[in-house]
Design a protein around this ligand. Structure first.
Ligand SMILES: Cc1cc2nc3c(=O)[nH]c(=O)nc-3n(C[C@H](O)[C@H](O)[C@H](O)COP(=O)(O)OP(=O)(O)OC[C@H]3O[C@@H](n4cnc5c(N)ncnc54)[C@H](O)[C@@H]3O)c2cc1C
Length: 563
């Protein structure tokens, strides 16, 4: 009898150690605010120190494992549209994952949708910007309805009677997600519908019609919107053509008589990112709406809302850059390659320092813009500055966020390409802010419009830049060049040389943004960071990608205490 073959059983094999080696610990249970020295200093400087405790508490909460999970879950379990009920009646409801509601509840309770409207203290917009900056780092998708609700108040006030009726619920700190008439709810949300199939930037091409009901300010709306985000909001500010032209309306989900308004959600968009948020296509079939402001001047009315959402795009872009930087630095501080920590490798130090400079300059510009939203209420120059700085910051920060996040993702190597790292979510979110609320070109044309139509805007911008002169000769020269260019623009607009001016609008806006950022870093950043910013961004000592700082740059100083 031959001996039967005896396979070696697993327990005889040497046990392989299953502990993952050289992997980075999760970045959790940290305070998003306390680690951000730039933001912490900025809120004190801009008069929002009174909100420090709340901002810090939110920063702590958002760094917990639980709050981070909300962000992942809300994006993995995307909203579901129910067009009809089981009997075939229209339902038009979107159902969200519980994590979405946790995110919304936290933001509403922290008054991200209302703070500057209810808090009369100086610095209210800065305090809110800081809260928003932290929140968007954890989960940016849900900040869409938060931002629209906040911004809607600015336009709604053009119709004082309607504002009196709606504001108490809009500004309430209670998150009430029930689909019910506004009068029955403790808190409501407001969205916006401008973009149609045939045009988003050119809203004059809107085909949606508004028919007046008798002699009142009530109308019936017929038409569609091609992009209507957060369709579970309780009401929307929309544009439609009435007899006198394009007008702005408040269109609620329920009519004043307590019936479902004829607001039909056709489908939800399958989007690149921003997946926790529902963006829909809607049809209005004689939906009830109330006029806001002067009939025929809808764009002028809704632009007040748009200016606030543009501020929020700048905040979100700064937030994405900050979170991407934090993740990259955290990873590089723990991962070893070729016998050293990544953060000790000279070339990685160049990349990280370059990302840190960009992020700090973005935060400073965003906070300065938010401060101008506060100051413009009593200061004419700040009002003019706010007008042009909104467009400049919206354009530039949104443009920079895309490339910044992409480079930060690469710092994590393959792990950065994996969903669990959060980097793919930041990466997919980043292009959105440049499209929303005026895409890149449209915003640059808006900069031209401000320069041509509001001489005070150019003056206020130059005043701001000149307040930083004397600190650095290269900056002084750059500002002089900008001043020349602006007076050229004033001349060329009077000569109607618009084609050439438009062609160069991105170049101009980019220059204005860099000058503004440089003027902020020389005043508020460390001398080492300011030097590296000016050398690389203004003085040509930089390549086309991140990680090309000149060898003189003091990266040790720039990389100190990022988290
Ligand atoms: C996820 C998501 C959610 C959205 N949610 C909403 C919402 O809730 N409500 C809403 O109203 N809209 C919403 N939008 C729509 C968004 O605001 C528009 O997509 C945007 O304004 C651009 O309009 P458009 O898509 O029609 O592009 P177009 O207007 O066709 O523009 C296409 C490109 O041409 C450029 N362009 C336009 N005019 C000029 C010009 N004169 N010179 C040079 N270039 C020009 C633009 O910059 C853009 O890059 C959403 C979009 C997305 C992606």
């Amino acid at each position: 009898m031959t001996a039967s073959f005896q396979p070696k059983i697993a327990r005889d094999l040497p046990v392989q150690d299953q502990t993952a080696q050289n992997q980075v610990p999760p970045l959790t249970n940290y305070n998003l605010f306390l680690g951000d020295r730039t933001l912490a200093k900025a809120i004190v400087r801009e008069g929002a120190a009174w909100a420090r405790e709340q901002i810090s508490e939110l920063g702590q909460l958002l760094g917990t494992d639980e709050a981070q999970r909300w962000g992942f879950d809300a994006n993995e379990n995307t909203p579901v549209l129910h067009t009809h009920d089981r009997y075939g009646n229209r339902r038009d409801e979107v159902v969200f994952h519980p994590s979405w509601h946790s995110l919304m509840k936290t933001s509403v309770e922290n008054r991200l949708h209302s703070l500057p409207w209810i808090e009369q203290r100086k610095g209210a917009n800065v305090a809110r910007a800081a809260l928003m900056m932290l929140t968007a780092q954890n989960e940016a998708g849900h900040t869409c309805p938060i931002s629209m609700t906040f911004s809607a108040v600015a336009a709604l006030r053009a119709e004082p009677g309607l504002a009196r009726q709606w504001e108490p619920r809009i500004l309430s700190s209670v998150y009430d997600p029930r689909f019910a008439p506004a009068e029955e709810k403790a808190g409501v949300l407001v969205g916006m519908g401008m973009t149609e199939k045939q045009g988003g930037s050119d809203v004059r091409a809107n085909t949606t019609r508004a028919e007046r009901m008798g002699g009142s300010r009530e109308y019936l709306i017929t038409g569609h919107k091609w992009f209507c985000s957060a369709p579970m909001c309780d009401a929307f500010l929309i544009l439609a053509h009435s007899a006198k032209g394009l007008s702005c309306f408040l269109l609620p989900r329920w009519t004043p008589t307590g019936e479902r308004n004829k607001f039909h959600i056709q489908r939800l968009k399958e989007k690149l990112g921003n997946r926790s948020n529902a963006s829909s296509e809607v049809e209005f079939a004689q939906a009830w709406a109330h006029l806001i402001g002067e009939e025929g001047r809808g764009v002028q009315t809704i632009i007040e809302m748009v200016n606030h959402t543009r501020l929020d795009c700048a905040i979100a872009a700064a937030a994405l850059m900050r979170q991407a930087l934090v993740q990259a630095v955290h990873h590089a501080s723990h991962r070893r390659v070729f016998g050293k920590l990544l953060i000790e490798q000279p070339l990685m130090r160049n990349v990280l320092a370059d990302l840190a400079i960009e992020s700090e300059a973005a935060t400073l510009l965003m906070v300065r813009l938010a401060a101008s939203f506060d100051a413009r209420q009593t200061d004419e120059r700040e009002r003019a500055f706010c007008r042009i700085a909104t467009a400049i910051a919206k354009y530039w920060l949104c443009k920079r966020a895309r490339v910044h996040v992409s480079e930060a993702l690469e710092c994590l190597g393959g792990n950065g390409y994996v969903e669990e790292s959060m980097m793919p979510r930041l990466y997919r979110e980043a292009p959105l802010y440049s499209i929303w609320e005026g895409s890149g070109n449209v915003i640059c044309l808006d900069v031209l419009r401000a320069l041509a139509k509001e001489p005070a805007a150019a003056e206020a911008l130059l005043h701001e830049l000149k307040s930083a002169t004397g600190a650095d000769k290269r900056l002084d020269t750059f500002i002089l060049k900008i001043a020349d260019e602006l007076s050229d623009k004033a001349r060329s607009s009077s000569l109607q040389d618009y084609g050439a001016t438009e062609f160069a609008a991105r170049r101009l806006t980019e220059g204005l943004a860099l000058a503004l950022q440089a003027s902020l870093v020389v005043r508020h950043s460390s001398p080492e960071l300011a030097e590296a910013f000016i050398a690389s961004r203004l003085d040509g000592q930089h390549g086309q990608s991140f990680g090309t700082l000149p060898s003189e740059a003091d990266v040790n100083s720039v990389l100190e205490g990022i988290i």
